[in-house]
Design a protein around this ligand. Structure first.
Ligand code: OGA
Ligand code: NI
Length: 348
């Protein structure tokens, strides 16, 4: 069908429309702070963006441009390797890190290749999604031999973007009227990862998607995209798909599911997707910031009261995550686990 394998073909209602409207996009927030009240002002801008969009871009974020350029270079060098070479660092049943080219979102294959690495090495996760299984497994990164500077560059980049993620977490806590460090303890043994995404040119961009519509399952995502464009978010007000315009050297930040739950729905984990094109390859590098596996995610007590009861029951981050990662491997019969599953009768 139209030059791509059937496995990539989206249901008609999910296919991207050729004309996307020109609109004002998500807020662009300058993170350089000066003067009295600077932090409060910044936190309040972030809070507004989290309520309205669940997405914003940041500039003057402190991640060195030179480092970002180096990581983009090793990403390109890696994905340019012959497929047999890339598959030497392939994800397998025992270790989900490394190279992967068969990811599915909502059971349709994504038009992309990825390389995943854990931010913390080792990372501890439950062995299975079964609530009665207490076994914890230890995961370590798998690295390719080439390009030779891949490992060191990616590790250095992880450290810098992680700093930005912690800074954003503090600002988000402040924006919720909480102490800056209110959420930090949830990340003592964080389980997040850095992903290198490669979207090759696609012969039928009207049928396939780079990543199908989804919400990010973790706490926060910090994404670098190149100048090609393709990321779209679903606008809360009318459900329209809005393109996110590439801004050189900016990061795209989005609220993910755990933050929606902690904020008791004050902040939104917005649906997004990636459209591909027939001419240019595209690269993006998200850092998925995830809590420790033993964290029980539930609306923060400070944000819950009689007028505003908890909209979610508590769930274990580790079990939720392990349940979801299973479903990226292959086509499943059912849709994967969503936070809606933990909604209480208080949420409409
Ligand atoms: C993701 C994602 C967006 C992009 O990997 O979860 O939404 O622009 N990626 O690649
Ligand atoms: Ni995403």
């Amino acid at each position: 069908m139209g030059g791509v394998d059937q496995a990539f073909v989206q249901e008609p209602e999910q296919r991207p429309k050729p004309s996307t409207i020109e609109v004002d996009g998500i807020p662009v927030i300058d993170m350089s702070v000066s003067g009295t009240g600077g932090i409060e002002k910044l936190a309040s801008e972030i809070g507004n963006a989290c309520r309205k969009w669940g997405f914003f871009q940041v500039i003057n974020h402190g991640v060195p441009l030179e480092l970002r350029q180096r990581v983009e270079k090793v990403a390109k060098a890696f994905f340019d390797l012959p497929i047999e070479e890339k598959r030497k660092a392939k994800r397998d049943e025992l270790n989900f890190t490394g190279y992967h080219d068969e990811e599915h979102t909502k059971n349709v294959r994504d038009w992309k290749e990825v390389f995943d690495m854990l931010i913390e090495d080792p990372t501890f996760l439950p062995a299975s999604p079964d609530p009665d299984d207490e076994e914890i497994r230890t995961y370590s990164n798998k690295w390719p031999e080439n390009p030779p500077e891949f490992r060191e560059t990616c590790q250095e980049y992880c450290r810098e973007v992680e700093k930005l993620a912690f800074k954003l977490l503090e600002l988000i806590s402040l924006s919720l009227g909480l102490p800056a460090n209110r959420l930090s303890d949830f990340f003592k043994h964080q389980t997040g990862m850095l992903r290198l995404n490669y979207y090759p040119p696609c012969p039928s961009p009207e049928l396939a998607l780079g990543v199908g519509r989804h919400r990010d399952g973790g706490a926060l995502t910090v994404l670098a995209q190149d100048d090609v464009g393709g990321l779209q978010i679903r606008r809360q007000s009318d459900g329209e798909w809005i393109p996110i315009k590439p801004i050189p050297n900016a990061y795209i930040i989005n609220i993910a599911d755990a933050l929606q739950v902690w904020s008791n729905n004050l902040y939104v984990s917005a649906e997004h997707r990636v459209v591909v094109n027939s001419e240019r390859e595209r690269f993006s590098i998200p850092l998925f910031f995830f809590p420790s596996h033993y964290v029980k995610v539930k609306p923060l007590e400070e944000l819950v009261n009689e007028q505003n009861p908890a909209k979610y029951k508590e769930y274990s981050w580790g079990k939720f995550y392990v349940n979801r990662t299973g479903s990226n491997y292959k086509k499943l019969e059912a849709e994967n686990l969503q936070i809606d599953h933990f909604k209480t009768s208080e949420s409409e």
